[in-house]
Design a binder for this molecule. Structure first.
Ligand code: BG6
Length: 480
């Protein structure tokens, strides 16, 4: 068995990381516009007042806002069948609580979607990928405030109605479960505590963070409910940052630790969004951690009525956990969270373990749990690329990473998983979310820009571009 006919090969980005033009056409400021650049060792800073002595990478991104036609030509040349991107909420409702949407923003994405369609590429649209209007943070306290549910639903409904003939696949939120970690409280939850300087170092209050997450999931369910009434052919996907976990040893305590953490971190949000209710272990967790969930009867009913119909996830690496902390002290980094070092896996330059087999394991796990179509909406290798004097970029390491992951996807399909698409992350180079750097590149397409936004922003094809083109043309058969 190979990949099914019509498999959605493509790539993925987010508006705040690639569009640039952060104040064009009436756009308001979003949470991402007040986060400075950083590095592997220097955390990104949150500065709500945008101090001009800092560098704000969302100002330029990869300049995709202005160059999307050129980018779509390149995607089409690779043979893309799908493109996952986000609509920037702050372009449509610049303050979030505006009574009318910004027509310039709506018209922009209409042109964008029509151009994408004219290239024969299926849009997969994320409605919120760290682009909450900043005003909702400063005036309402972000997702802690239930009024934000209504603002989001108004935004989502506006967009779902306007593009109802142009889009079929919608993702209400990127990596909704990121909110289970304190470091996502600002970018995802719009939670800001006075005096916080760094992205990674907000004071954390579990009760408020989990209630904000609850509001996000209620908002998602209401958007899905509204969407199904607008166009019954719409598909809605949950989008989970899947942190695949292994016990470091076979000691029973390690199994228990991983079992509990996997349920909480990887399954809880998709259980809510696909099954329509909080699972038993969530309530146990809330009780043990003194979390009081403010969930009304009406909200419970909406969670049930607005469930998603396909499962999507990001997969970059796996981690290990252990109860024997004294024995295993070696740690690795990772997307959103790291863990104990796995001696069987190599690391990327940013210390993320590389685990293609873990992707097959994860695909089987999530398909067995939900029995709905599955799409991998992020995967890829962040690496520094070198441009040769003749302009070539020999990113063999990226080809190797992707090849090994696609091989495992193929095995998972043979295992029986209903895999419908693959959109590797950062198909065109963009700004890294964890470090704010440009030099951590994921793309098949190179963008000539550095960490300070200097460069021509011209696009060029890496070796992986030609390789992926072959992969798509052969529907995943030719990985050489
Ligand atoms: C995912 C996010 O968690 O990881 C993306 O959805 C992000 O927005 C990606 O860019 C890779 O992480 P990073 O830190 O390398 O940009």
């Amino acid at each position: 068995m190979g990949f099914k006919e019509g498999f959605l090969w493509g790539g993925a980005t987010s508006a705040n990381q690639c569009e640039g033009s952060y104040d064009a056409d009436g756009k308001g400021l979003s949470v991402s516009d007040v986060v400075t650049n950083g590095s592997h060792t220097r955390p990104r800073r949150i500065s709500l007042n945008r101090d001009s002595s800092y560098v704000y990478p969302s100002e330029w991104g990869s300049d995709c806002y202005r160059r999307y036609e050129e980018d779509f030509d390149l995607f089409a040349e690779m043979g893309f069948k799908a493109y996952r991107f986000s609509i920037d909420w702050s372009r449509i409702f610049p303050n979030g609580d505006d009574s009318e949407p910004n027509e310039l923003g709506l018209a922009y994405y209409e042109r964008f979607l029509m151009a994408l369609r004219s290239h024969g590429i299926e849009p997969v649209v994320t409605l919120s990928h760290s682009e909450m209007p900043l005003h909702l943070v400063t005036e309402y306290g972000g997702w802690r405030n239930k009024r934000v549910i209504d603002f989001y639903v108004r935004y989502a409904t506006t967009v779902l109605e306007r593009y109802s003939d142009l889009v079929t696949y919608w993702l209400p939120f990127n990596e909704v479960n990121d909110m289970l970690l304190p470091m996502s409280a600002f970018g995802q939850g719009g939670i800001y505590h006075e005096g916080t300087e760094f992205f990674t170092e907000q004071p954390d209050y579990l009760n408020e963070r989990l209630n904000a997450l609850n509001n996000i999931m209620v908002a998602a369910a209401r958007a899905v409910k509204a969407g199904r009434a607008i166009n019954p052919a719409f598909h809605f996907g949950t989008m989970i940052c899947h942190i695949t976990q292994y016990p470091r040893t076979c000691c029973p305590e390690d199994q228990l630790l991983v079992q509990a953490d996997d349920l909480y971190r990887n399954c809880m949000c998709s259980d809510v969004m696909l099954r329509g209710e909080y699972p038993y272990y969530a309530w146990t967790y809330f009780r043990r951690h003194d979390v009081e969930l403010d969930l009304s009867g009406e909200e419970r009913a909406d969670l049930k009525a607005g469930t998603c119909d396909f499962y999507t996830f990001s997969y970059y690496q796996s981690i290990c956990q252990t109860a024997r902390e004294d024995e295993f002290t070696d740690q690795t980094s990772g997307n959103i969270m790291g863990g104990v070092r796995n001696p069987y896996l190599e690391l990327t330059d940013w210390d993320w373990p590389i685990d293609p087999v873990g992707l097959r394991y994860t695909l089987n796990k999530v398909y067995d749990r939900y029995r709905v179509p599955v799409m991998i909406t992020e995967n890829g290798l962040g690496a520094v690329d070198t441009v040769e004097p003749d302009g070539a970029i020999h990113d063999t390491y990226r080809i190797e990473y992707l090849r090994r992951h696609i091989e495992e996807m193929k095995k998972a399909v043979d295992d029986g998983v209903d895999l419908i698409g693959y959109t590797p992350w950062g198909c065109i180079d963009l700004v890294s979310v964890s470090t704010g750097e440009m030099r951590k590149r994921y793309g098949f397409i190179y963008v000539d820009a550095d960490d300070e936004g200097r460069g021509t922003f011209n696009r060029s094809r890496k070796d992986s571009f030609y390789w992926y083109k072959k992969v798509i043309a052969s529907n995943g058969e030719d990985l050489s």
